[in-house]
Design a protein around this ligand. Sequence first.
Ligand code: TXA
Ligand code: MG
Length: 334
Amino acid sequence: MSSEVLPADPAAPELERIARAAAFLRAGRLVAFPTETVYGLGADALNPAAVSRIFVAKGRPPNNPLIVHVPETAAASAVAAAWPDSAARLAAKFWPGPLTLVLLKREIVPDVVTAGGPTVGVRVPAHPVAQALLREAGIPIAAPSANRSNQLSPTRAEHVLKGLSGRIDLVLDGGPTLGGLESTVLDLTSTPPRLLRPGLVSPGEIEAVIGPIARAAPTVAGPLRSPGMLPRHYAPRTPLECAGDDAAERVHTLCAAGLRVGWLTFTEAAETAPAGLAILVMPRNPAAYAAELYAALHVLDDAGLDRIVVTLPPDREEWLPIHDRLRRAAAPPA
Ligand code: TXA
Ligand code: MG
């Protein structure tokens, strides 16, 4: 099977192409599509055979539940059995957008979506292509990030094809995604609500709407609150390490030892870099950094290097999801 690629205008998607992709989804096939965070790999969320194909294509462990995407807040009730006041307030503020709410599931949601659990993650994506596809398909769409399990998330159609070409039916190519990091995942079935994955909606923004939440997102050392919160995740194949002020020194040492090194850093540090090393200079603004992070890691991962060194950004809340992804990328394989 080869994967069909259909370009889609990210601002005003062509109806004919969206209709073709929607027909694929209704027929139980797999379609990758852009969201405002990363590309998702979609299947009809209420069709267990279709959803199973996602797990096969990605090589995803069956104990890791999927996020269900719906076109608008009102449609969340198709899959969520309870709709607490906190959900209503968060949806009013952040949907459509990069926030996933974990809620009690309806009977109709198959076990393969929720990893057999009683809850379902729900999100209303903002990207015009995702919106058009959901409305045209008329079904809730289960969609993890469109990458092989545990590898880098895709922010461009070519990233999707790198991992999944021939394993999925169709890719809607809407160009680079603007957000660049996966959605914030918030569990509303625990008291207080618990942050399961930091993302572009920050804990502070959530607390401004519903009050205090448990912010202790699972750390590399801590207990796993969700099967998806594996210590190693979002990782390039090339071994990656994070560094602080000592990054330049570390890079010099590795180069001196004869290793081919890629360095993800900021301007000032790059000026003191040894020659012959692959350097990518990242923005100092967190949103711009997030938008570029996975594309930069894809570039370094494809460069045939022995090591990737990442200069960590400042330790401030606005960088939280970026720190989270970098730490997971650096965690040793299980
Ligand atoms: O931005 C995103 O969220 C993207 C786009 C495509 O929407 N999707 C995405 O999906 O990142 P995925 O499967 O790569 O990550 C979903 C995360 C996983 O860590 C999973 O464990 C968690 O959400 N999750 C999903 N349903 C859950 C549930 N019922 N309870 C706890 N965690 C859940
Ligand atoms: Mg993922």
